[in-house]
Ligand binder design. Structure first.
Ligand code: ATP
Length: 516
């Protein structure tokens, strides 16, 4: 910055001097300054050179990624990670797997004596928010290494060679500050499979990354950790031994891990005795670590908003609802007629889900949130890894129950089932194409088959959807009084919780007949 100011001042002086010399030499009737023509030309040329240099220095593209651009200002300590494995909840087997890498960085000689070389690249893959960045920072923290973060998109540039230069700069810095961890987030932005029509700049960047990864010698303790949501998109060359050869999958946490993540994120928050972390973990099935962290934070914000000095269970419930269903619309302008349709629609979902025991219904609401006019909060009773064909069919019935209830009661259907139709069709498609659960038999369906037999597949998917829909219609018409009862309570109170729903069902329980 200082250099630029000095340059600017010199340029101004040169411009003034040049202008005076022009005025004096050509416009003034008698030359006042005794400088010959040769010297004048030199001053003008210098001014022009300065002007061009100053202009170029302003428009020069930035050649270093954000992690490196402030290299002078950032000292080594600033890039040290303070995160340790204690901050990463769950993921025990992954931490164990990484322990060896950590030991390698901490005691490199032990491995070098044996002739073992350091694993260069580790690739974390999995859905967003599952702790990939956090884990990479924790590896840096555990080894007291420099943590250099770069996002794959930072290397994507219009100008050929810029991305490659950035990769070189990043690796140079990592070597200089070794032991260090280079973390490249969204590595798919530069590492996707190369093909004939791929772009030249991207290929150069990827090639440079491959070259840099090969270029390490065993004395440099630099580990590259890549992260992606799409492992299947990455170029084979990137995944081969010697490069990113350790692939670690990070999925959404199971019930135990959710509980541990919630404990980590509530560690420094004042919790009321009513807060049951285990039950919150149960209610948050399918959520990522990032979403759980968000729930803990939202609960704290809601407690502050309510002027409480401790976070209680209802604050957590409100936070879960906020994260799962979206922001509550305060003054909705839903017509009474539409409200009635929404009440029947949501009552249909809740009734069929409860009858088929697909999920535990936690809450039914017709208060608009996000883009939904109503919603049913439900979660499975336990983590499931295998689902039977019947369970998938039941899920489809539960999803289509809103539309079925509308048809049954109003003899008319609305646009409110859009999301449900998408989800139900997705499950049916998977049953046909991936799980071999249709009359096509136990076979997987590839792209080629889909292309040539689209109509056959469409008929199979349709058959499954129809089966689920008809099952919904049957359950709803057999229990039409309960459907109306739930809908009436919703119209009156707008929300029903799980206990209230149980009470409604109890009213319609048939007394046990001792004679049979
Ligand atoms: P993306 O793929 O979108 O980049 P990511 O997998 O890198 O996501 P992180 O950025 O590591 O996700 O996680 C986001 C936040 O979620 C973390 O800062 C942390 O607060 C929380 N989190 C995720 N997993 C865990 C975990 N296992 N333990 C504690 N916190 C976690």
């Amino acid at each position: 910055m200082k250099k630029k100011i000095v340059l600017f001042l010199i340029l101004i002086i040169a411009l003034i001097a040049s202008t005076i010399l022009i005025y004096d030499g050509y416009l003034s009737p008698s030359s006042l300054i005794k400088i010959n023509m040769g010297s004048r030309i030199i001053v003008w040329v210098i001014t022009i050179i300065l002007l061009i240099y100053f202009r170029n220095s302003n428009s020069k593209p930035q050649l270093v990624p954000s992690v490196l651009s402030n290299e002078k200002e950032t000292n080594r300590e600033k890039n040290k990670s303070k995160i340790s494995f204690n901050d990463v909840a769950g993921l025990e087997e992954i931490k164990e797997e990484l322990q060896e890498t950590i030991d390698f960085i901490n005691n490199p000689n032990k491995y070098k004596r044996m002739g073992a070389s350091i694993p260069k690249g580790i690739l974390f893959y999995g859905p967003p928010g599952t702790g990939k960045t956090l884990l990479a920072k924790a590896v840096a923290g555990e080894t007291n290494s420099t943590f250099l973060y770069a996002s794959g998109s930072e290397f994507v540039e219009k100008y050929v060679g810029v991305g490659a230069k950035r990769v070189r700069t990043l690796f140079e810095r990592a070597k200089k500050e070794a032991p260090s961890i280079i973390f490249i987030d969204e590595i798919d932005a530069i590492g996707t499979k190369r093909n004939l029509d791929s772009n030249n700049e991207k290929d150069q960047t990827l090639n440079q990354l491959l070259v840099e990864m090969d270029g390490f010698n065993t004395n440099e303790t630099v580990i590259i950790i890549g992260a992606t949501n799409r492992l299947d998109l990455l170029d084979e060359a990137l995944l081969r031994p010697g490069r990113f050869d350790r692939h670690i999958y990070l999925g959404n946490p199971n019930m135990r891990s959710r509980e541990q993540i919630l404990r980590v994120h509530t560690k420094n928050k004042p919790l009321d005795k009513t807060v049951d972390i285990k039950s919150i973990a149960k209610k948050t099935h399918g959520l990522s670590g990032a979403e759980l962290a968000n729930i803990a934070n939202e609960a704290a914000i809601i407690a502050v908003r309510n002027n409480k000095n401790k976070i209680n269970g209802s604050h957590f419930d409100a936070a879960i609802e906020r994260v799962l269903a979206g922001l509550e619309i305060k003054n909705p302008t839903v017509l009474l007629k539409e409200k009635n349709t929404v009440a029947i629609h949501e009552a249909g979902h809740a009734l069929v889900s409860k009858m088929l025991k697909t999920d535990m219904v936690q809450k039914i609401s017709i208060v608009p949130r996000g883009h939904a006019l109503g919603y049913v909060l439900k979660f499975p009773e336990e983590d499931r890894y295998l689902l039977t064909k019947q369970e998938l069919l039941n899920k489809i019935s539960g999803l289509l129950a809103g539309r079925a209830a509308e048809e049954l009661i109003f003899n008319e259907i609305t646009t409110g089932a859009k999301d449900d139709l998408d989800k139900a069709t997705h499950i049916a498609r998977e049953m046909v194409c991936s799980y071999g659960m249709s009359s096509l038999g136990p076979m997987a369906v590839d792209e080629n088959y889909i292309k040539h037999n689209y109509e056959t597949l469409r008929i199979e998917i349709r058959k499954i959807i129809d089966k689920g829909y008809n099952e919904s219609l049957k359950i709803l018409s057999e229990n039409i009084e309960i459907l109306h009862h739930i809908s009436n309570v919703l119209m009156e109170k707008e929300t029903i919780n799980s206990d209230e729903l149980d009470e409604i069902f109890k009213l319609y329980e048939k007394p046990f007949d001792c004679a049979t």
